[in-house]
Design a protein around this ligand. Structure first.
Ligand SMILES: [Fe+2]
Length: 306
C-alpha cells in the first residue's frame, strides 16, 4: 500500500546537532524501515548548515538525492534547487559543500543504508567490494508547462537498463495523473515539491513523499487547490549491472575513468568546465586534477580499453 508522508506530519521529529566540524546539521525522517511491515525504505530531509563540508563518501545502497533549498557544490557541480542526483551503491560522491545559505536535500532509498562510508578512510573497504559497478548522474529538474492540465517529462540522463527512471510532472489545480506502475522498479517515490496533493480527502502540502513497493498499484496523483510540481522516481531493480562502455570514440584518443566513482575523462572532449581543452592528453592534464564527482586524484584513474 502507498505510504504517504508530508513534512507537516514529521517536522516535529526534526533533530539538529552541531557536527564535530562545528557546523550545523539537521535530520527529519519521513520514512524509516519497518521490517514487521516488510518495509526497508528510507527517506529523510537533510539540512546542512552554512559552509558545512560533507566529505566524499559512499553508501551500500542506491539512492536519489533531491536538492530542495540553499546551494553549494556537489563534487565540482554547483547545487541549486531543484536538482536530482542519483548514485548507485558503492559510488563515492562529494564533497557536498554548503553555501552561505546552507544546503537542504532529500535522500530517498528503497533499502536502508547503515550510514555514510567516508574516503579516504573507507578506501580499503570500498576496494574489497565484489561486483562493484559505480555510477552516478546529476540533472537539473525542469517542470514542464501544464496549462490547465497535466504535463510530464523525463529528467534527462537518469535512466538505466534496470528500471532507474525519473520524470518531472506538473499538474494544474484539481488535475490528476495515474503515475507509471512501480512494478519494473525496486520501489517508486513520488515527491511533491510545490503546491499540494489530495489524499484521503485532505490536501497534503509540499514537501509530501509517497513511497510504493513494486507490488503496489500505480498511484493516482491528484493536485490540490494550487496544483503541484512533483518528481516520479523509480529505483532500479537489484541486479548485476554491466559496465556501459562509452559509445564510439576517436581511435587516437583515450578515455580515462575514475576507479572510485566511474567518472569519465575523455581526451577527445576535454573538460571545458575545468579549462581543459578538447584533445588534451591524460599526461598533459595537470597533476593537481581531481575527479569532478568524488575528488579522487589522477592516480585513481585508469585507461579504458575498447
Ligand atoms: Fe571519482
Amino acid at each position: 500500500m502507498a505510504i504517504v508522508v508530508s513534512h507537516d506530519d514529521v517536522k516535529a521529529s526534526r533533530r539538529s546537532r552541531i557536527h564535530e566540524d562545528g557546523n550545523f546539521v539537521a535530520l527529519t525522517h519521513f520514512i524509516v524501515a519497518c521490517p514487521e511491515r516488510g518495509l526497508d525504505a528510507q527517506a529523510m530531509l537533510v539540512e546542512e548548515g552554512p559552509h558545512r563540508n560533507l566529505r566524499t563518501h559512499y553508501h551500500d545502497q542506491d539512492e536519489f538525492q533531491v536538492f530542495v533549498a540553499g546551494g553549494g557544490t556537489n563534487g565540482k557541480h554547483p547545487i541549486q534547487p531543484f536538482q536530482l542526483h542519483y548514485a548507485r551503491k558503492h559510488t563515492p560522491y562529494g564533497p557536498i559543500l554548503a553555501s552561505e545559505a546552507g544546503c537542504v536535500f532529500l535522500t530517498l532509498r528503497s533499502r536502508s543504508d547503515n550510514g555514510a562510508k567516508f574516503l579516504p578512510e573507507s578506501r580499503a573497504l570500498l576496494d574489497g567490494v565484489q561486483d562493484r559497478h559505480p555510477w552516478q548522474v546529476g540533472a537539473d529538474i525542469v517542470f514542464p508547462e501544464a496549462g490547465t492540465g497535466v504535463a510530464m517529462q523525463a529528467v534527462p540522463g537518469v535512466r538505466d537498463e534496470h528500471g532507474l527512471d525519473a520524470s518531472a510532472v506538473r499538474l494544474a489545480p484539481g488535475a490528476s495523473l495515474r503515475a507509471p506502475s512501480p512494478a519494473d522498479s525496486d520501489g517508486q517515490y513520488l515527491v511533491v515539491l510545490r503546491g499540494g496533493m489530495m489524499h484521503q480527502g485532505l490536501e497534503r502540502k509540499a514537501i509530501t513523499i509517497v513511497f510504493l513497493q513494486p507490488a503496489d498499484e500505480a498511484f493516482e496523483l491528484v493536485a490540490g487547490s494550487e496544483g503541484l510540481d512533483a518528481l516520479i522516481l523509480n529505483l532500479p531493480r537489484q541486479a548485476s549491472v554491466p559496465v556501459a562502455a562509452p559509445s564510439e570514440k576517436h581511435a587516437d584518443f583515450k578515455v580515462w575513468q575514475c576507479l572510485l566513482c566511474a567518472f569519465v575523462y575523455d581526451e577527445a572532449a576535454g573538460l571545458e568546465e575545468e579549462g581543459i581543452a578538447p584533445g588534451t592528453r591524460w599526461e598533459d592534464v595537470p597533476e593537481s586534477f581531481t575527479c569532478s564527482d568524488c575528488g579522487a586524484g589522477k592516480a585513481d584513474f585508469v585507461m579504458l580499453e575498447f
